[in-house]
Design a protein around this ligand. Structure first.
Ligand code: HEC
Ligand code: HEC
Length: 454
């Protein structure tokens, strides 16, 4: 899922990539040249950050609002202007709710993983005239991480998300339902389990001795300020935060960051100035004159590595996983059609259609000489995806015309088409970009093309 963008724009071979894609029978969101050359959204196809949701973890079911939020989180249709044209969504930056260490947009990023949300590219009105990129935070555990923004300027998640949609990415004022859905979804994104740590933030027997020595240092008062330790601000039983902002010498007041799953949140500090825990520990040692020996520093790093870890940080992607996810996204139509909710019907058709087109692009066209074999199978998969997009369009058209009985009928047809097309996709999977070998060959060839074109 969520992969086509990097394919089309990564590394600046936009024109080349687009030239190899045949003219499509269905309208495509124009992605060419929308973002500056050299943009990298890193929408990783094969190995995606693991997603975990609180209700599901507790054995509960997905609610309508949650599915709607999940779908909207991947939808460019809630944004306006360039972000929408580029097919960007919340998920482009917060990948599967995690951070995005490689995100880079020239003019808005200082280094990979950072982004200036108050730059002019996506909304001239949001431009504060200062180049101040900050890291894209992970949204895991968001429910516990108020106030929001690196500087903790907004207490309410709802207000923060409205601001993202309207002010940062020039979207129309979202309806109450759209905001509720996004808030519900973000609130559900959980920290990933970590066998080295108990739920209240203590190390388990799985952690190393070095990490255990580091835990003691973490709790030990600083030699020049007995009222302060790492744990004063990073409170182990409170998601390793204190919900406060502090000036720790990094250029202003910033909120204390969680250390849970933080191994995957580099680069560190609000501006992403450090790439490793080693550099962070070195900074604290100097700033607070802690006098840590080299051995103590490495113990503290081992501790950060242990609490920052996750049992399964990444999950391989497959055709089946894509089909399952899109089925969940489209399931909002089962509520929206009988409710005659044109807004959700339109959003769902646009978003799920765009996602299917991205899936289709992962089955390379016959003109892609980097992929051998399975031409007929790939063509069948691509044609199947086009049928799916067309069939979804009919749902939207019927709803626009106010014929919701017809919309319900064509939605059932769409579901039948999904059942028919899924086996084609699976048959062609081995010659698609879901196969790591094919994936690597395809991108190596694209990169070589881009080099030749220079
Ligand atoms: C172009 C990249 C980008 C996109 C798209 C994006 N974000 Fe963000 N997001 C960021 C950055 C950068 C920050 C940090 C901003 C700050 O500190 O002011 C952030 C911060 C957040 C936070 C605050 C997290 C915290 O702990 O303080 C939330 C919540 C959030 N985004 C949700 C969303 C949602 C929901 C969407 C889609 C509607 C979205 N974002 C779209 C880059 C992005
Ligand atoms: C006075 C409160 C305070 C103390 C004491 C403190 N921290 Fe922090 N910590 C913060 C704040 C605030 C940030 C975010 C700074 C920024 O964004 O510029 C942070 C960031 C971090 C980060 C980076 C996390 C990320 O995702 O960017 C790590 C790692 C960290 N602290 C570990 C430690 C360790 C280890 C100690 C003890 C040596 C310590 N902290 C002491 C408040 C504190």
């Amino acid at each position: 899922m969520r992969s086509g963008l990097s394919q089309a724009i990564a590394g600046g071979f936009v024109a080349l990539a687009m030239a190899s894609v045949p003219v499509q029978a269905t309208p495509v969101i124009s992605r060419d040249a929308t973002l500056p050359i050299g943009s990298e959204l890193n929408e990783e196809l094969l190995n995606q950050p693991t997603e975990l949701f609180a209700a599901e973890q507790a054995g509960g079911k997905r609610s309508y609002l949650f599915n709607l939020g999940d779908m909207l989180f991947s939808s460019a249709s809630i944004f306006g202007g360039k972000a929408r044209d580029a097919g960007m969504s919340c998920n482009s930056c917060h990948q599967q709710g995690a951070s995005n260490p490689k995100l880079f947009v020239p003019g808005l990023s200082k280094k990979p993983g950072t982004f200036d949300t108050s730059g002019a590219l996506f909304n001239a009105k949001a431009d504060n005239g200062v180049f101040d990129p900050v890291t894209v935070p992970s949204l895991r555990g968001s429910k516990f991480l108020a106030p929001y923004g690196h500087d903790g300027r907004i207490a309410s998640l709802r207000e923060f998300i409205r601001n993202v949609v309207v002010n940062e990415f020039a979207g129309a004022e979202p309806s109450g339902q759209v905001l509720d859905a996004l808030v519900t979804y973000v609130n559900e994104i959980s920290f990933l389990p970590n066998e080295k740590m108990t739920p209240d933030g203590h190390l388990t027997a799985k952690a190393s001795d070095a990490a255990r020595r580091g835990e003691a240092l973490f709790n030990k008062p600083f030699r020049n300020n007995a009222s302060l330790s790492c744990a004063t601000c990073h409170q182990a039983d409170a998601a390793f935060i204190d919900r406060k902002v502090h000036d720790i010498g990094t250029g202003g007041y910033f909120k204390t960051k969680t250390l849970i799953n933080a191994k995957f949140n580099a680069p560190y500090f609000h501006d992403g100035r450090y790439d490793t825990f080693g550099e962070v520990v070195g900074y604290f040692d100097k700033h607070y004159d802690l006098g840590l020996t080299a051995a103590e520093q490495s113990d503290l790093i081992a501790y950060l590595d242990a609490v920052g870890d996750a049992d399964t940080p990444f999950t391989p992607n497959t055709v089946q996983a894509e089909v399952d996810e899109l089925t969940q996204f489209a399931s909002v139509l089962e509520v929206a059609i009988p409710a005659r909710d044109k807004e959700v019907i339109r959003l769902a058709v646009d978003s799920v259609g765009a996602e299917w087109r991205e899936v289709g692009e992962n089955f390379p066209d016959r003109r892609d000489t980097s992929v051998e074999g399975g031409v007929a199978e790939r063509m069948k998969a691509r044609a199947g995806v086009r049928d799916l997009v067309l069939s979804l369009r009919q749902v939207a058209m019927a709803a626009e015309a106010g014929d919701f009985a017809e919309a319900a009928r064509v939605y059932v047809q769409y579901q039948q088409t999904v059942a028919t097309v899924t086996p084609y996709l699976k048959t062609a999977e081995q010659w698609s970009l879901y196969n790591p070998q094919v994936h690597d060959k395809h991108f190596t060839a694209l990169r070589q093309l881009a080099e030749l074109a220079k």
